[in-house]
Design a binder for this molecule. Structure first.
Ligand code: ADP
Length: 170
Protein backbone atom coordinates (compact mmCIF):
# COMPACT_ATOMS: atom_id res chain seq x y z
CA UNK A 1 0.00 0.00 0.00
CA UNK A 2 1.40 3.39 -0.92
CA UNK A 3 0.78 6.47 1.15
CA UNK A 4 -0.20 9.61 -0.71
CA UNK A 5 1.42 12.74 0.66
CA UNK A 6 0.23 16.20 -0.17
CA UNK A 7 2.92 18.17 -1.98
CA UNK A 8 3.26 21.90 -1.86
CA UNK A 9 4.06 25.06 -3.73
CA UNK A 10 7.36 26.92 -3.70
CA UNK A 11 8.70 30.28 -4.83
CA UNK A 12 11.81 30.61 -7.01
CA UNK A 13 12.84 34.29 -6.94
CA UNK A 14 15.71 35.80 -8.91
CA UNK A 15 16.86 38.43 -11.37
CA UNK A 16 16.75 36.03 -14.34
CA UNK A 17 18.58 38.57 -16.52
CA UNK A 18 18.23 36.41 -18.60
CA UNK A 19 17.09 32.91 -17.63
CA UNK A 20 19.80 30.30 -18.39
CA UNK A 21 19.89 26.50 -18.57
CA UNK A 22 21.24 26.63 -15.00
CA UNK A 23 18.00 28.27 -13.80
CA UNK A 24 16.01 25.75 -15.86
CA UNK A 25 17.89 22.87 -14.25
CA UNK A 26 16.91 24.21 -10.81
CA UNK A 27 13.28 24.72 -11.94
CA UNK A 28 13.03 21.09 -13.10
CA UNK A 29 14.59 19.79 -9.90
CA UNK A 30 12.17 21.90 -7.84
CA UNK A 31 9.24 20.48 -9.80
CA UNK A 32 10.35 16.97 -8.78
CA UNK A 33 9.79 18.02 -5.18
CA UNK A 34 6.97 20.56 -5.36
CA UNK A 35 3.67 20.42 -7.23
CA UNK A 36 3.65 24.06 -8.09
CA UNK A 37 6.43 26.59 -8.61
CA UNK A 38 6.03 30.35 -8.71
CA UNK A 39 8.98 31.70 -10.70
CA UNK A 40 9.21 35.38 -9.87
CA UNK A 41 11.39 38.09 -11.36
CA UNK A 42 12.59 40.17 -8.43
CA UNK A 43 12.52 43.78 -9.54
CA UNK A 44 15.22 45.83 -7.90
CA UNK A 45 15.15 49.39 -9.17
CA UNK A 46 18.77 49.97 -8.01
CA UNK A 47 20.04 47.14 -10.19
CA UNK A 48 20.69 47.84 -13.86
CA UNK A 49 19.46 44.97 -16.00
CA UNK A 50 19.93 44.15 -19.68
CA UNK A 51 16.35 42.95 -20.10
CA UNK A 52 13.28 44.78 -18.81
CA UNK A 53 10.96 43.09 -16.32
CA UNK A 54 8.49 42.35 -19.13
CA UNK A 55 11.20 40.87 -21.34
CA UNK A 56 12.51 38.68 -18.52
CA UNK A 57 8.99 37.38 -17.80
CA UNK A 58 8.46 36.68 -21.50
CA UNK A 59 11.78 34.83 -21.79
CA UNK A 60 11.05 32.67 -18.73
CA UNK A 61 7.53 31.96 -19.98
CA UNK A 62 8.93 30.79 -23.32
CA UNK A 63 11.59 28.65 -21.65
CA UNK A 64 9.14 26.83 -19.32
CA UNK A 65 6.40 26.43 -21.93
CA UNK A 66 6.51 22.63 -21.76
CA UNK A 67 6.53 22.38 -17.97
CA UNK A 68 3.41 21.80 -15.89
CA UNK A 69 2.71 23.49 -12.56
CA UNK A 70 4.60 26.73 -13.09
CA UNK A 71 3.55 30.34 -12.85
CA UNK A 72 5.76 33.21 -14.03
CA UNK A 73 5.37 36.58 -12.41
CA UNK A 74 7.31 39.47 -10.86
CA UNK A 75 7.44 41.35 -7.58
CA UNK A 76 9.04 44.38 -6.00
CA UNK A 77 10.13 44.64 -2.40
CA UNK A 78 10.85 41.85 0.02
CA UNK A 79 10.89 38.22 -1.09
CA UNK A 80 9.45 37.17 2.28
CA UNK A 81 6.49 39.54 1.88
CA UNK A 82 5.83 38.27 -1.62
CA UNK A 83 6.05 34.64 -0.43
CA UNK A 84 3.53 35.46 2.30
CA UNK A 85 1.16 37.09 -0.17
CA UNK A 86 1.33 33.94 -2.31
CA UNK A 87 0.83 31.65 0.69
CA UNK A 88 4.08 29.86 -0.13
CA UNK A 89 6.29 28.49 2.63
CA UNK A 90 9.29 27.32 0.63
CA UNK A 91 11.76 29.51 -1.21
CA UNK A 92 13.96 27.75 -3.76
CA UNK A 93 17.48 28.99 -4.50
CA UNK A 94 20.30 27.47 -6.51
CA UNK A 95 23.73 26.83 -5.04
CA UNK A 96 26.49 26.62 -7.59
CA UNK A 97 29.67 26.90 -5.62
CA UNK A 98 31.01 27.77 -2.22
CA UNK A 99 31.14 31.37 -3.43
CA UNK A 100 27.32 31.47 -3.52
CA UNK A 101 27.07 30.14 -0.01
CA UNK A 102 27.83 33.14 2.15
CA UNK A 103 25.35 35.48 0.47
CA UNK A 104 22.64 32.82 0.17
CA UNK A 105 23.06 31.72 3.79
CA UNK A 106 22.75 35.30 5.02
CA UNK A 107 19.68 35.92 2.89
CA UNK A 108 18.01 32.65 3.93
CA UNK A 109 18.43 33.50 7.61
CA UNK A 110 17.15 37.04 7.07
CA UNK A 111 14.13 35.71 5.20
CA UNK A 112 13.49 33.27 8.04
CA UNK A 113 13.56 36.18 10.48
CA UNK A 114 11.03 38.05 8.31
CA UNK A 115 8.89 34.97 7.71
CA UNK A 116 9.55 32.32 10.38
CA UNK A 117 7.04 29.90 8.90
CA UNK A 118 9.03 29.62 5.65
CA UNK A 119 12.28 27.88 4.77
CA UNK A 120 14.77 28.26 1.95
CA UNK A 121 15.51 25.09 0.03
CA UNK A 122 18.87 24.96 -1.76
CA UNK A 123 19.20 22.86 -4.86
CA UNK A 124 22.44 22.08 -6.69
CA UNK A 125 22.46 22.12 -10.48
CA UNK A 126 24.05 19.56 -12.74
CA UNK A 127 27.86 19.93 -12.65
CA UNK A 128 27.87 21.36 -16.17
CA UNK A 129 26.03 24.44 -14.96
CA UNK A 130 28.02 25.15 -11.82
CA UNK A 131 30.10 27.83 -13.51
CA UNK A 132 27.20 29.35 -15.43
CA UNK A 133 25.71 32.72 -14.54
CA UNK A 134 23.57 35.30 -16.33
CA UNK A 135 26.30 37.92 -15.99
CA UNK A 136 28.93 35.66 -17.56
CA UNK A 137 26.56 34.92 -20.43
CA UNK A 138 26.04 38.64 -21.03
CA UNK A 139 29.80 39.25 -21.05
CA UNK A 140 30.47 36.42 -23.50
CA UNK A 141 27.46 37.30 -25.69
CA UNK A 142 28.53 40.91 -25.95
CA UNK A 143 31.73 39.81 -27.70
CA UNK A 144 29.96 37.32 -29.93
CA UNK A 145 31.14 34.25 -28.01
CA UNK A 146 29.38 30.90 -28.25
CA UNK A 147 26.52 30.83 -25.75
CA UNK A 148 23.92 28.58 -27.40
CA UNK A 149 24.68 25.57 -25.24
CA UNK A 150 23.96 27.50 -22.03
CA UNK A 151 20.61 29.03 -22.93
CA UNK A 152 17.07 28.11 -23.97
CA UNK A 153 16.63 28.82 -27.73
CA UNK A 154 14.30 31.80 -27.19
CA UNK A 155 16.94 33.46 -24.99
CA UNK A 156 19.70 32.92 -27.58
CA UNK A 157 17.52 34.74 -30.07
CA UNK A 158 16.65 37.57 -27.70
CA UNK A 159 20.28 38.11 -26.70
CA UNK A 160 21.33 38.16 -30.34
CA UNK A 161 18.80 40.87 -31.07
CA UNK A 162 19.73 42.86 -27.98
CA UNK A 163 23.43 42.91 -28.82
CA UNK A 164 22.90 43.63 -32.49
CA UNK A 165 20.75 46.62 -31.62
CA UNK A 166 23.29 47.77 -29.03
CA UNK A 167 26.21 47.39 -31.43
CA UNK A 168 24.26 49.11 -34.17
CA UNK A 169 23.47 52.07 -31.97
CA UNK A 170 26.87 52.15 -30.39
P1 ADP B 1 19.80 36.83 -7.98
O1 ADP B 1 20.15 38.22 -8.44
O2 ADP B 1 18.61 36.75 -7.10
O3 ADP B 1 20.96 36.00 -7.48
P2 ADP B 1 19.88 35.17 -10.34
O4 ADP B 1 18.95 35.16 -11.50
O5 ADP B 1 21.30 35.45 -10.63
O6 ADP B 1 19.25 36.17 -9.33
O7 ADP B 1 19.77 33.78 -9.57
C1 ADP B 1 18.58 33.31 -9.02
C2 ADP B 1 18.88 32.03 -8.29
O8 ADP B 1 19.29 31.04 -9.22
C3 ADP B 1 20.02 32.13 -7.28
O9 ADP B 1 19.74 31.28 -6.19
C4 ADP B 1 21.22 31.62 -8.03
O10 ADP B 1 22.19 31.07 -7.18
C5 ADP B 1 20.55 30.55 -8.88
N1 ADP B 1 21.33 30.29 -10.09
C6 ADP B 1 21.74 31.16 -11.04
N2 ADP B 1 22.45 30.53 -11.99
C7 ADP B 1 22.49 29.23 -11.64
C8 ADP B 1 23.13 28.07 -12.17
N3 ADP B 1 23.89 28.11 -13.26
N4 ADP B 1 22.95 26.90 -11.52
C9 ADP B 1 22.22 26.87 -10.38
N5 ADP B 1 21.64 27.90 -9.81
C10 ADP B 1 21.77 29.08 -10.41
Amino acid sequence: MSIKFERKAALYPGSFDPITNGHLDIIKRALNIFDYLVIAVAVNTDKKTLFTKEERIELITGAVRDLDGVEVTSFTGLTAEFAKSKGVKAIVRGLRMVSDFEYEFQMALMNRKLMPEADTIFLMPSEKYTYLSSSLIKDIGKYNGKIECFLPPNVVEALGKKFQIKNYRG
